[in-house]
Write a protein that binds this ligand. Structure first.
Ligand SMILES: NC(=O)c1ccc[n+]([C@@H]2O[C@H](COP(=O)([O-])OP(=O)(O)OC[C@H]3O[C@@H](n4cnc5c(N)ncnc54)[C@H](OP(=O)(O)O)[C@@H]3O)[C@@H](O)[C@H]2O)c1
Length: 344
């Protein structure tokens, strides 16, 4: 029998819009294979309005509104909520899709939105790293008490199935550590430097391509990578490990000469993430390092990323993500939702 699942969306930016497009594209397949149809009952943004319609918002129209810079308020069939908090507390739904900007320092206000939804016994699916590193244990415990799930596959390496792999396919495995390239912006900048650009020129190039932010500090200083290391360690290794505890160095001090010297030695500079369980807990770092061609990291080019896990039974388990994009991130959200509905 067909089941209708109501979704409430906080954030309708790159990821939110890609998710809307994905569930439109896959509607027939999802209905056929899972006997599920999704109905979006609310979409909230900060500057582009808020739409609430318990009977279901027309997603094509919502996407058109965003494209034509028409407020989503025009699609609202109820009184427009006066705040994001009111929206999260009142919009009817079975699951919250939380895709607001990341706050690296506190995880807020996303942690609050997720808490409110879980209190209402709604599942939560989110691409946001902030709540994972700042409130994973609290939110997961709250979800369990409420009989719902909080999943966040897209928070690290977009839609790559990392968290679900450990949750579902690697029972009783002991994760000893991991290494990888988890920030695609710095990987691209380093590649531009290999082609002869200065650090500043390489950053500008990445900005023109829309890969680097206007303020690229969080990427080039290694913060984004440190947060991902912290998220993986917290969830997969059961350690409450904050980004501030990751030993961190960025790539801003690398010069074209250093990059050229590495090239002549048959090596490449990479911003390498590492974590290793120790008797005291965990040692973790994000550091630029020269890697040689016998390392899988050497071959990770452009905006690709890579993680390699070391476990007690699988000595080296590597996953590479090439050509990342928001559609992949959106897929991680959809996979989480379907996994929740399948009780996986
Ligand atoms: N882009 C990716 O491929 C990717 C990959 C992995 C993870 N993520 C994560 O996914 C999340 C969304 O990323 P994005 O690229 O879609 O960002 P984005 O394009 O900046 O969109 C953010 C959305 O959140 C809304 N928003 C802004 N401040 C808010 C607040 N305080 N409360 C609630 N909503 C707020 C924005 O409203 P307006 O529309 O009015 O601006 C916008 O709709 C982030 O946490 C990001 O780290 C993104």
């Amino acid at each position: 029998m067909m089941k209708t699942i109501s979704l409430v969306m906080v954030g309708f930016g790159n990821v939110g819009k890609a998710f809307a497009q994905l569930i439109l594209d896959k509607a027939d397949l999802i209905q056929k294979e899972y006997q599920v149809e999704f109905r979006v009952t609310g979409i909230a943004t900060t500057r582009h309005g808020i739409a609430v319609d318990p009977r279901g918002i027309d997603l094509q129209q919502a996407l058109q509104c965003m494209q034509q810079k028409v407020s989503l308020d025009t699609l609202c069939r109820e009184g427009v909520p006066t705040s994001m908090e009111e929206f999260v507390q009142t919009c009817p739904g079975d699951a919250l899709l939380e895709n607001s900007p990341v706050n690296h320092h506190t995880g807020q206000p996303a942690v609050g939105y997720i808490r409110s939804a879980l209190m209402r016994k709604m599942h939560v699916v989110s691409a946001n790293k902030g709540p994972v590193v700042h409130a994973y244990r609290e939110l997961t415990d709250l979800a369990a008490r409420q009989g719902v799930k909080y999943y966040f596959e897209s928070a690290v390496m977009d839609g790559m199935p990392i968290f679900s792999l450990f949750r579902s396919s690697l029972p009783a495995v002991e994760l000893r550590g991991f290494l990888g390239i988890l920030n695609s912006t710095t990987n691209l900048i380093l590649e531009f430097m290999e082609k002869g650009k200065s650090f500043e020129e390489a950053v500008q190039y990445a900005q023109v391509l829309g890969i680097a932010e206007a303020d690229p500090a969080e990427d080039v200083d290694g913060w984004d990578a440190a947060i991902k290391v912290s998220a993986l360690a917290t969830v997969l290794m059961g350690l409450d490990f904050k980004p501030q505890q990751v030993q961190r160095q960025g790539i801003a001090h690398l010069t074209p000469r250093m990059v050229e010297e590495a090239r002549q030695a048959g090596e490449r500079w990479k911003l390498v993430c590492r974590a290793r369980r120790t008797p005291q807990g965990l040692e973790a770092s994000v550091m630029p390092q020269r890697v040689s061609s016998d390392s899988p990291l050497y071959h990770i080019s452009g905006t690709s990323s890579y993680v390699q896990f070391e476990t007690d039974v699988l000595a080296e388990l590597g996953m590479m993500e090439g050509k990342p994009g928001t559609y992949t991130t959106a897929y991680g959200l959809l996979a989480d939702l379907l996994n929740i509905l399948q009780n996986r």
